[in-house]
Design a protein around this ligand. Structure first.
Ligand code: PLP
Length: 374
């Protein structure tokens, strides 16, 4: 029996495959959310005001030590929605959108769904972490059919935080070959090394930074994301689509309030979350190392996702999945969901209490041992 989505939905398997973390969100925003719900009117709402933009500006100052241009901020219902609109703007059907693999599976879907072509740039795994294949990257960017680089920064699922020099090198290559750059920074807040926001790196105007507080603060159900689009033409085009074409410019009021509360009041909570998640990564490394010395799990630079390479064990990954469900009642995402480059990996979500991480690890080790014994 394979992994059954119904089972997971009904809560019968302990799930580690989610795209978000499972900690209780910061309670700091509760009062504000409740107070808004007490208001007798829940009409259309606005995002283009100082409270919203100021909360973002202040977050970037405090967290990343950078000054953003508030005029470049736009709201969107989700990160993927904004990215999809920018891809439509900066490429035509049949043209290429480059992203590094393994990749969050929505990237494939959104690029192909828009009738564009996926240009996959595989990251190289070394003993010291994940690296860019620069020669391949340059040849792919030099292809005149490649129009957009969809960067994931920090990178999901490897958790790589890109260094400033790497970002500057990417910017120079994109500029040289006339490729627009969209930086998806939804994982920016759970990072164990300093994250550098993409704010152009000297690149001409065809770039955007797209992000949201939803993932870090566990509020995606409230809806909402935002982006910096410095180019007036691209920004106005985006706003036209949001408002006139798609009819989505009135944000979820709870999403706006939730995001402002997260940025204005949630920093201490986020800092302790980062420390806790980092310790969970260390637990994964140590536990796997003692169970299977061949598995060399490295603590990533960022994210609450443990991207675990089981390929040294030569496992039947389909059997691993069914054993996890059947014998251990646990669902852990198969790396193959993240494309060819994810084969032989599993992705364990560490955004949960330590006891649950331990239970997930025990199940994983048990299922692997079962297979190795049989
Ligand atoms: C890299 C990345 N981008 C975007 C998203 C989804 O964001 P949204 O729900 O706001 O579209 C995710 C969710 O896992 C993600 O990992």
């Amino acid at each position: 029996m394979g992994l059954c989505a119904g089972q997971i939905r009904q809560g019968r398997a302990v799930a580690f495959h989610h795209f978000r973390h499972g900690f209780r969100r910061a309670s700091t925003g509760n009062g504000r959310l409740k107070a808004r719900l007490e208001h007798p009117v829940l009409g259309y709402s606005r995002w283009n005001h100082e409270d919203f933009k100021g909360a973002i500006e202040s977050w970037y100052q405090r967290r990343f030590d950078v000054q953003i241009d508030k005029n470049a901020i736009v709201y969107g219902p989700s990160v993927i929605y904004i990215i999809a609109k920018l891809i439509e703007k900066w490429s035509k059907p049949g043209e290429g959108v480059l992203f590094q693999t393994p990749a969050y599976d929505a990237f494939d879907k959104l690029v192909e769904g828009a009738g564009r072509r996926c240009v996959r740039n595989p990251l190289i795994k070394t003993d010291a972490g994940w690296n860019v294949d620069w020669a391949l990257l340059e040849s792919q960017l030099a292809d005149e059919q490649t129009k957009v680089f969809l960067l994931c920064s920090p990178h999901n699922p490897t958790g790589r935080v890109w260094r400033k020099e790497e970002l500057a090198r990417i910017a120079a290559l994109c500029d040289k070959h006339g490729v627009a750059l969209i930086s998806d920074e939804i994982h920016m807040d759970v990072a164990f090394k300093p994250h550098t926001p993409w704010l152009g790196f000297g690149m001409q105007n065809r770039w955007a930074l797209v992000t949201s507080a939803s993932k870090s603060f566990n509020i995606p159900a409230l809806n909402g994301a935002y982006a910096f689009i410095p180019d007036d033409n691209a920004r106005n085009d985006y706003l036209f689509k949001l408002k006139e074409v798609d009819g989505l410019s009135s944000p979820s009021i709870l999403g706006v309030i939730g995001m402002m509360a997260a940025y204005n009041e949630g920093e201490a909570w986020l800092n302790s979350l980062n420390g806790y998640v980092h310790e969970s990564h260390e637990l994964v490394r140590n536990t796997l190392k003692s169970a299977f010395p061949a598995v060399n799990y490295q603590v990533p630079d960022a994210t609450y996702l443990a991207w675990i390479d089981l390929s040294p064990l030569n496992l039947d990954m389909q059997k691993l999945q069914s054993d996890l469900i059947e014998h251990f009642n646990v669902a852990i995402m198969d790396g193959g969901v993240y494309g060819e480059a994810g084969k032989g990996y599993v992705r364990l979500n560490l955004g949960c209490p330590r006891s649950k991480v331990q239970a997930g690890l025990e199940a994983l080790i048990g299922a692997v041992k079962l297979q190795l014994a049989g």
